[in-house]
Write a protein that binds this ligand. Structure first.
Ligand SMILES: *Cc1c(COP(=O)(O)O)cnc(C)c1O
Length: 399
């Protein structure tokens, strides 16, 4: 063979080394070259290795395996690992569009994440899938919504933004007895607070964007089904609908996960302290955190979450929109931003964001007034947070 001229377009051989990198390498390659068609054929047949990044790449694999471990999947017989998706909504969508068909019926909790609610009320019906919303704090309301064609139930353990606790045991029992798939969005609770597969769930999804990645710099999801055939259908939907995660985001999230447990424990402890402190502040009407005796589902929280009340709390302050405006303006250390699970504490105001599409009466039914704030507690010093909140609430009461 004659030597072909060198080209800058040709990729160099990767330098080999007996020693290995300690940090996870980032692999952005869109495509992988194979030695010959027979080798490629064999690779497809066996479903091993990588061919094209939309179908999977090493950074997604490494991240998915870590979340599998958190969810305890490596301890469950016959359960294969989950997949990582381009966002939490991609995770929800791949499950719904991968497993449902026209003519099916889905029951969803009436306080699901806003976009999931939109899927339930607007998008699934466009594809001929019927949906009903039910109250997750009352398993009987899920039971009453069952139809002969009910295929799936969708629940979040802790509701957004009112921090109500779903009757997971009651709902799982009904779903399991009737052969209805139970999908749990475990974003708020995380596997540190609740492991759905240990309590009758068939499918688990996450917005990895939030507490798991934890630094508000990567948008990702995760989905897994207990049944390998369903898992395969979810993977196929993910690949076909192009819900693939970016290698860089996966790399960031995998790095973030290394500190997930200590971040979660710290934020949760601070949330408990902050909830206690805020309950005594003038101008605060109510504080919602599962750790509190006056939480409407306190006993259920103890039963379902044990000692893991989580980092999410909500408060209601006196006064309407002017008080709410004054509060966010007076708290420069508490970014007013509609997300959760960041290293820093963030505030969100459902009446102007996630729940703005509802009428004031509709919001009132859920207990969401203009003075209602959701707080995602981060890693700051608890005393600093108490001081910042106390100052901002005092300012709000002058408005
Ligand atoms: C944020 C969130 C989602 C959607 O996740 P994205 O990564 O923003 O797409 C779904 N469910 C819950 C409970 C969430 O908080």
């Amino acid at each position: 063979m004659t030597e072909t001229p060198k080209s800058l377009a040709r990729r160099p051989e990767w330098p080999s080394s007996v020693s290995r990198p300690v940090a996870t390498p980032l692999q952005p390659s869109v495509v992988y070259s194979s030695p010959d068609p027979t080798a490629l054929d064999k690779q497809y047949a066996e479903g091993t290795g990588y061919t094209y990044a939309r179908e999977g790449h090493p950074n997604a694999t490494v991240l998915a395996q870590k979340i599998d471990m958190l969810e305890g999947i490596d301890m469950l017989e016959g359960v294969e690992g989950g997949i990582v998706n381009g966002s939490g909504m991609a995770a929800v969508s791949t499950v719904l569009f991968g497993l449902l068909k026209a003519g099916d019926h889905v029951i969803g909790a009436d306080q699901l994440y806003g976009r999931t609610l939109r899927l339930m009320t607007q998008d699934l019906p466009r594809f001929g899938i019927e949906t009903t919303l039910a109250d997750p704090t009352d398993a009987a309301s899920f039971e009453a919504a069952i139809q002969p064609n009910t295929r799936m139930m969708i629940v979040e353990v802790v509701s957004n933004p009112t921090i109500r606790i779903a009757d997971m045991e009651g709902i799982a029992k009904i779903a399991n007895e009737r052969g209805i798939l139970l999908m749990v969005d475990n974003t708020f609770t995380t596997p540190r607070g609740y492991r759905p597969f240990d309590h009758g769930a068939d499918i688990v999804v996450h917005s990895v964007t939030k507490l798991l990645a934890g630094h508000a710099d990567a948008t990702l999801g995760y989905a897994v089904a207990k049944d390998p055939a369903l898992n395969e259908a979810i993977y196929i939907a993910n690949t076909t609908f192009g819900m693939t995660a970016s290698p860089f985001d996966c790399w960031l999230a995998e790095r973030g996960l290394q500190t997930f447990e200590i971040r979660y424990d710290r934020a949760e402890a601070t949330a408990t302290t902050l909830a206690e402190a805020l309950a005594g502040v003038k101008g605060v009407k109510r504080v919602f955190h599962p750790s509190r005796n006056d939480h409407p589902d306190h006993n259920r929280a103890l039963q379902i979450l044990g000692n893991r009340p989580g980092n999410m709390l909500s408060i209601e302050i006196e006064g309407g929109r002017p008080a709410a405006d004054a509060m966010t303006r007076a708290a420069p250390e508490l970014p007013f931003a509609p997300t959760l699970g960041d290293v820093g504490t963030t505030l969100s105001h459902p009446a102007s964001s996630s729940h703005r599409a509802l009428t004031p009466e509709g919001r009132a039914d859920l207990g969401i007034s203009e003075g209602f704030f959701r707080v995602s507690v981060g890693l700051e010093d608890p005393d600093m947070l108490i001081a910042e909140f106390t100052k901002a609430i005092a300012e709000s009461q002058k408005a």
